[in-house]
Design a protein. Structure first.
Length: 137
């Protein structure tokens, strides 16, 4: 079965960072709960799910239990299909932690909105795509 991975903030949401240079307090992530999903990306996930692909969401959101619970609830209420949610944390070294998660899961393709992470993954042999939201969408 094929395995695909996507970033959360800036790919599945309509809001995100290109680079996590700051570590935000936990309550900041509660506010992200109010952000709507990117409907086009959700539709792509549904198509992949219909093809019986495994979907991994790999995010630099902090690993604390409350943030994971909020994230899981957000995914549920927006009916976003996925099989695994992996939070790698927002501290320095995000790209390496995402790479390790991707390799461990056997993901064949990964989508991220941070071009530095995309470049890092490409250098390390991961097929991936740089997601840039088009203006007006």
């Amino acid at each position: 079965m094929k395995r695909v991975g996507v970033d959360l903030d800036g790919v599945l949401t309509n809001f995100g960072f290109r680079s996590m240079k700051y570590v935000f307090p936990w309550f900041f992530y509660v506010l992200l709960f109010l952000i709507p999903p990117n409907r086009k990306m959700v539709e792509a996930l549904r198509k992949w799910k219909n093809l019986e692909w495994f979907i991994y969401i790999i995010s630099a959101r902090p690993k604390q239990g409350l943030i994971k619970k909020i994230t899981l609830f957000w995914l549920k209420i927006h009916e976003i299909p996925f099989d695994y949610l992996i939070l790698v944390g927002a501290e320095k070294g995000i790209a390496k932690r995402k790479l390790n998660a991707i390799k461990k899961a056997g993901i064949i393709f990964f989508i991220d909105n941070d071009e530095h992470i995309v470049d890092f993954l490409k250098i390390h042999g991961v097929r991936n795509a740089f997601f840039r939201k088009k203006k007006g969408n």
